[in-house]
Structure formats: C-alpha cells, structure tokens
Design a binder for this molecule. Structure first.
Ligand code: PMP
Length: 283
C-alpha cells in the first residue's frame, strides 16, 4: 500500500521520519480522517476546513492550498488497494536540531498520508447494538482541535477495551462531552439531543451530517448541554464518526439503554445516512 510523505509516494516500509520530528517528541501535530467511498472522498471540503481550523489552533501555517490537498488526496485514492478506505492525513511541526518545547525558528512541516481499509460497522453491531462505558473526561480544554496528542484519548479508549466494550463515553462536570473517538447523541421522547460544539469536543463531520439529516427528515433536535442523567436514562444513545458512521449504544456501564436494543430512531437515521451517502456519491 502506497503512502505519501513530504511530496513523495512511497511504500510504507520506505516511509521514514527522523526521531527529532516534533510529532514524535511532543505530539505536536494535527490530523484528519477522511472516509472514501467508491474512490470518492466524503465531505472533503468540510474535512479540509476543519484541518485549517486545527492548524490555526496550534499556530502552524497550512503547507498546502485547498487545491493542492485535493490533488494529493485524489492521487492517493487512485493508487489505493481499496475503493472504500479511511484516509489518514497528518501534519506535524517538523524536525528540529534540538529538543526544545518552543517552536523552531524555521518550520518545515512533515506531511504524511496513508489509506487504510474502511471497516465501518458490522451488521451485528447495527442489529444488536454495542456496549460502552463512561469515564471522566480527563482531556485538555482544546478538544475542538484534532491534534495528534492523543494520549488521554488512548487511555480512555483502552478502558472500554478492558471492559469488553467498544467506546468510552466522556462526562465532564456532570455533562456529556463526546466519546474517546466519536461524538455522542441522545434520543429522549423522540427528541434528538446533541452537545454544543465548543472547546470541550471535536466538531465531528458526521455530527453535522446527522443534524442535517434530522432537520431534512423532520426529526426534532436540540443542541444544548446534555446532563449525565439524560445520557443514562436515554431511550437511545448513538455514537458517530467518519469511520463508524452511526452506531447504537445499547449498554452503558453494564446497564441497558432504553429497551437494550437499537431503537426506531436509529433505524431511521441509519437509513437516511446510507441514502444520503449514495446520493452524494452518485452526484
Ligand atoms: N470526537 C473525537 C474525539 C474523535 O476522535 C472523532 C473521530 N475522529 C470524532 C469525535 C468524530 O468526528 P468525525 O465525525 O469527523 O469523524
């Protein structure tokens, strides 16, 4: 499988980054994960816009124009082994001669891209739902930036693995923030609830799609602070992300959510999502 590193297309074995790269030493970088269906990137404009916001947030100049990114991404997709893939793109603040927290005087960012097999969700996960645990959100206060400093997310995600679950739902001061690698939605009495996009969560591209689809199809939704009790007593709980799309969480900390099976609102949203994807991909 071919990867992109600093202007070159290489085999993954040949792609090497110096140990003095600030991505390696400090986790000083940002990234995006773009789903590709039938060799077409989904919501590319929105992903590139969020990439720009992340770069702005860490004070790193965008090394490429929108057109250049689009060109490289299409070249990656053409060469990929799979028609459906998850395209990973990361930019770090590059290599310095010394290990120094302060930025280098001259920054030459390291740009890396790879494609991985897109394994969205399995039919079993959609039909039976998945289990999750909750944990206190121990992350920093700029969760809106998609940075490669993901240690807290890794530790939190591992808690769900240890519990035999697939996601950790994060709570901060009694309110829902998001999942360790997903956004979280609540359905209560036919109303879709989503936390407000702010510095405590990543503005998910899938989150936006779900809210747009709700509006289009007349599903009532409210974007506001969501209390922990509302999560625990939800009729339905979903996770969303570019790679997993929409998935129903039916067990939280070992207790059933709603009836303990995927709900009717999820079934609708899943169908709307697939229909929307097909329409976009046909266009
Ligand atoms: N929150 C976090 C912390 C994530 O890592 C992700 C997935 N990368 C998301 C939310 C979902 O974002 P998106 O829908 O853009 O994949």
């Amino acid at each position: 499988n071919i990867v992109y590193l600093n202007g070159e297309f290489l085999s993954i074995e040949d792609a090497k980054v110096p140990v003095m790269d600030r991505g390696f030493l400090f986790g000083d970088g940002v990234y995006e994960v773009i789903p590709v269906y039938s060799r077409r990137p989904f919501r590319l404009g929105q992903h590139l816009q969020r990439l720009q916001a992340s770069l702005d947030g860490i004070g790193l100049a965008n090394p490429k124009t929108q057109q250049e990114w689009t060109q490289i991404i299409y070249r990656m997709i053409e060469q990929a082994d799979y028609a459906d893939q998850s395209l990973y793109l990361q930019i770090t603040r590059g290599v310095d001669s010394r290990r120094n927290h302060a930025f280098p005087a001259v920054v030459r960012p390291t740009i890396f891209m790879m494609g991985e097999d897109l394994s969205t969700s399995s039919p079993e996960q959609r039909e039976q739902g998945v289990a999750a645990v909750t944990a206190a959100d121990i992350r920093w206060l700029r969760c809106d930036l998609k940075t490669t400093s993901l240690l807290a997310n890794c530790l939190l995600r591992q808690m769900s693995v240890a519990a035999g679950c697939i996601e950790t739902v994060l709570l901060r001061d009694g309110f829902l923030s998001e999942g360790s690698a997903s956004n979280i939605f609540v359905v209560n009495d036919g109303m879709l609830l989503a936390p407000i996009k702010n510095h405590l969560m990543l503005p998910g591209i899938t989150y936006d799609v779900v809210l747009e689809l709700a509006a289009q199809h007349g599903l009532r939704s409210e974007v506001r602070d969501v209390r922990e009790e509302e999560v625990r007593s939800a009729d339905e709980l979903w996770l969303t992300s570019s790679t997993r799309e929409v998935l129903p969480i039916v067990t939280l900390d070992g207790k059933s959510i709603g009836k303990g099976v995927p709900g009717p609102v999820f079934a609708n949203m899943y169908a709307w999502y697939q229909e929307f994807k097909a329409t976009v991909m046909r266009a």
